[in-house]
Design a protein around this ligand. Structure first.
Ligand code: FHN
Length: 589
C-alpha cells in the first residue's frame, strides 16, 4: 500500500510506516506565530467519530490497535459504514464536561478530530451531508458546543482535519476496497471537500488555535502550500502543524508517541495515546497511569516541547472514567507545579539518571523520578555557585558544592506525590555542562545516542505491535567485525559496583554473537542471544518486530571520582545483526 519514491523511500499512505508523518517544518528560528503553544505545554487530543460507536469491533471480531482505523482494517464498504451514522446518538456528550476535564488535568488547549480518515464530519457542513448534524439521529454540532465551552472556560480549541486520506470519497486517498486507485482525482477532492470544509471550520467556530493535518501521503508541495495559505488567509493566527507535509507548517508534530532524547529548538509537540489507541476501543485497558503520564509530560517539556495527550470518548459521548480519573490526578500534580510545566523551558543538563529538569529564568526544577535511598541527590554538571534548594511540600535542602556537581541532602522518605520536585534558585543563568554521569543510588542508562561511534550507526527504529501503536528506539547497529567500537564517556563522583545489563534486539542471525566490553582497565567477554526479533511479521506483513530484552552481563567496578570510558565491540561477524539501545548500570545492593 505504500509507494516507493525515486529516492527509494517508502512513503506510506496506509498508516503503516513512520514516513507517513511527513517532513518537519524545520522552523527553529524565532517564533512568529503561536508562541502560546510554548506556554500551553500540555494539551488534550480528542479522537471521536463514528468509529467510537464501533469501539474496535466489527461483526464480532476485535481489531487490536488504533480503533479509528476500523473501517480500513475490516474493509467496511462505504454503504455499510454509513449505517453506523444512522445509529450514532451520543446523548451522553457534554462539551462542558470534556473541557472542564481538560482544565482539571492542567491542559491549556484542545485539538479534536473534525474529520478523520473515515471522511465523517463531526460538524455541520454545507459541503457534505455526511456529517453529524445531517446523517445521525443526534443532530447536534459537537464542535459548536465545544467552541462555546472552550470560550467559557478559557481554553483554546483546534481542529484535526485529515487532508489526504478520506475513505468515504472516491477521490480521497486510501479506500482501495470500494474503488480502484486509478481514476482518482485527488485535486478534485481537495477543491470540492477538503478545502471548503476547512474554510467552514475557520469561519463558523470563532478563533481556531490550529488546524492539525495528518498523514500527508502523496499531497504535492503546491497542494500543501495552498492549504497553509487558506488557513492563514482565513485566520492569520491559526497554527498549521508539520503534518501538512512537504516540510511546511508553523511547528513540528513529531511521530506518534515520539519523545526526543535531546532538547529541540523551535515549536513542537509530541502526540501520545493514553492507552494503545486514539479512538475508543472496548478491549483496550492499557492506560498509562498518573505517574507515567506525568513523567512523559515532564520529559517532553524538558526537551522544549508540548505534550498532547489523547482521550477517546466512547459511542455515548463519555470519556472513559478510568482515563478521566487518571487525568484528574495528573492535573492535581500539574496544578501544584504549574511554574515547572506551563511556559517552562528545557533542561540545561545532559542525561540525568534520576529524572528530568525544566527551567524558568534562574530557577531549575528537578523532577526526581527515582528517589535516592541514600538521602543524597547529585545534580551532575551544575557549576553555578550560591545555589539554594527547596523541596516542594517540604523545606530548604542542604546544598553542598563539589567539583562539577551540586549535592543535595534529601529526606530519606520519598514525598507522597506523583513526582517530587525540587526548585533550585540560582544567582544567574545556569552554569551547567551536558556531560553524562553515572551515579551511585540510581539506575543509569547509557543510551545509544550518547555513545561515540566508530564504524557503527545510530539507527532510529520505529515499530508497532498491535496496529498503529507506534514505539521508538535509538539503536547502535551496523556492527562490523574488527572495525566497530562504541564508547561511552562519563563522569563518576565516587567509585562503585554496578550490575551491567545490555538492552538490545536481535534476530536469529545474531544468536550467540560474542562481545567485548572494557571499562576501567577490565575487559569482559559475553554472548548476546537472539531475542525473537522478526524482520517482517508473518501475521500482518507490515514492518519489522524488534523484541528488546535486557541481558545481564555481570557486575563491574567503576573507578571514581573522575572520567571513565566504557567501550563495546563485537567479536564475531554475527554481531552485525544486533541492535543495542542502551547499556544500563544499576548499583549493586
Ligand atoms: O492515521 C492516523 C491515526 O489514526 C491517528 O489520528 C494519529 C494521531 O497522530 N495520526 C495518524 C497516524 O499517525
Amino acid at each position: 500500500m505504500g509507494k516507493v519514491t525515486e529516492a527509494g523511500v517508502t512513503v506510506a499512505m496506509d498508516g503503516t510506516s513512520p514516513e507517513m508523518w511527513g517532513g518537519r517544518s524545520g522552523k527553529a528560528g524565532p517564533v512568529t506565530r503561536g508562541a502560546w503553544l510554548q506556554d500551553s505545554r500540555f494539551a488534550m487530543f480528542i479522537h471521536w467519530g463514528l468509529y467510537a460507536e464501533l469501539a474496535g469491533e466489527w461483526r464480532g471480531k476485535r481489531y487490536h490497535g488504533i480503533a479509528e482505523w476500523i473501517m480500513n482494517r475490516a474493509q467496511i464498504p462505504v454503504a455499510e459504514y454509513e449505517q453506523v451514522a444512522a445509529r450514532f446518538n451520543p446523548t451522553g456528550f457534554d462539551a462542558l464536561a470534556w473541557v472542564r476535564l481538560a482544565k482539571a488535568a492542567g491542559m491549556r488547549h484542545i485539538m479534536i478530530t473534525a474529520k478523520h480518515h473515515d471522511g465523517f464530519a463531526l460538524f455541520k457542513s454545507a459541503v457534505s451531508s455526511y456529517n453529524i448534524v445531517e446523517a445521525t439521529p443526534f443532530r447536534r454540532d459537537p464542535l459548536r458546543e465545544l467552541a462555546d465551552a472552550c470560550q467559557a472556560e478559557g481554553l483554546r480549541l483546534g481542529f484535526y482535519y485529515s487532508q489526504t486520506a478520506d475513505w468515504h470519497e472516491p477521490d480521497g486517498v486510501g479506500n482501495s476496497w470500494d474503488w480502484p486507485a486509478e481514476g482518482r482525482d485527488f485535486k478534485r477532492y481537495l477543491r470540492t471537500k477538503a478545502m471548503p470544509q476547512i474554510a467552514e471550520l475557520l469561519t463558523n467556530y470563532g478563533p481556531v488555535a490550529g488546524i492539525w493535518f495528518d498523514t500527508p501521503g502523496p499531497i504535492t508541495p503546491a497542494e500543501s502550500k495552498e492549504l497553509v495559505e487558506l488557513v492563514h488567509r482565513l485566520q492569520p493566527d491559526c497554527l498549521v502543524n508539520s503534518r501538512i507535509g512537504n516540510d511546511l507548517g508553523d511547528y513540528d508534530t513529531l511521530g506518534d508517541q515520539e519523545i526526543p532524547r535531546l532538547p529541540r529548538p523551535g515549536l513542537w509537540e509530541t502526540p501520545d495515546t493514553h492507552n494503545d489507541t486514539w479512538a475508543y476501543a472496548r478491549h483496550d485497558h492499557n492506560w498509562k497511569g498518573p505517574r507515567e503520564v506525568a513523567e512523559r509530560l515532564v520529559r517532553v517539556v524538558s526537551r522544549g516541547g508540548t505534550y498532547m495527550l489523547n482521550v477517546g470518548p466512547d459511542g455515548s459521548g463519555r470519556i472513559p472514567e478510568l482515563s478521566a480519573r487518571i487525568l484528574r490526578e495528573v492535573g492535581q500534580w500539574v496544578d501544584a507545579h504549574t511554574e515547572a510545566i506551563h511556559g517552562a523551558g528545557p533542561t540545561p543538563f545532559g542525561p540525568l539518571p534520576w529524572g528530568e529538569c525544566t527551567t524558568r529564568g534562574n530557577r531549575l526544577f528537578l523532577h526526581v523520578f527515582q528517589w535516592p535511598d541514600s538521602g543524597r541527590l547529585v545534580v551532575p554538571g551544575l557549576r553555578s555557585k550560591g545555589v539554594s534548594a527547596r523541596l516542594a511540600g517540604g523545606g530548604e535542602l542542604a546544598v553542598q558544592e563539589v567539583a562539577g556537581a551540586v549535592v543535595l541532602s534529601l529526606p530519606l522518605a520519598r514525598p507522597r506525590t506523583l513526582i517530587p520536585v525540587i526548585t533550585l534558585e540560582l544567582a544567574g543563568p545556569a552554569d551547567a555542562s551536558r556531560t553524562a554521569y553515572v551515579l551511585n543510588g540510581c539506575r543509569n542508562p547509557l543510551e545509544a545516542g550518547v555513545a561515540n561511534r566508530q564504524h557503527c550507526d545510530l539507527q532510529a527504529v520505529s515499530w508497532m505491535e498491535k496496529f498503529g501503536d507506534w514505539k521508538h528506539a535509538e539503536c547502535l547497529g551496523g556492527w562490523r567485525l574488527g572495525e566497530s567500537v562504541a564508547a561511552w564517556d562519563f563522569q563518576t563522583v565516587e567509585p562503585g559496583a554496578f550490575v551491567l545489563d545490555v538492552e538490545y534486539t536481535c534476530p536469529e542471525a545474531g544468536d550467540y554473537s560474542e562481545w567485548r566490553l572494557e571499562v576501567g582497565g577490565t575487559a569482559v567477554v559475553f554472548p548476546l542471544l537472539d531475542t525473537g526479533e522478526r524482520a517482517r511479521r508473518a501475521v500482518f506483513g507490515w514492518g519489522e518486530l524488534p523484541r528488546f530484552r535486557s541481558y545481564r552481563v555481570g557486575i563491574l567496578d567503576l573507578p571514581g571520582p573522575g572520567p571513565c570510558r566504557l567501550s563495546l565491540q563485537p567479536l564475531d561477524a554475527a554481531g552485525a545483526a544486533v541492535r543495542i539501545t542502551a547499556l544500563v548500570l544499576t548499583p549493586v545492593v
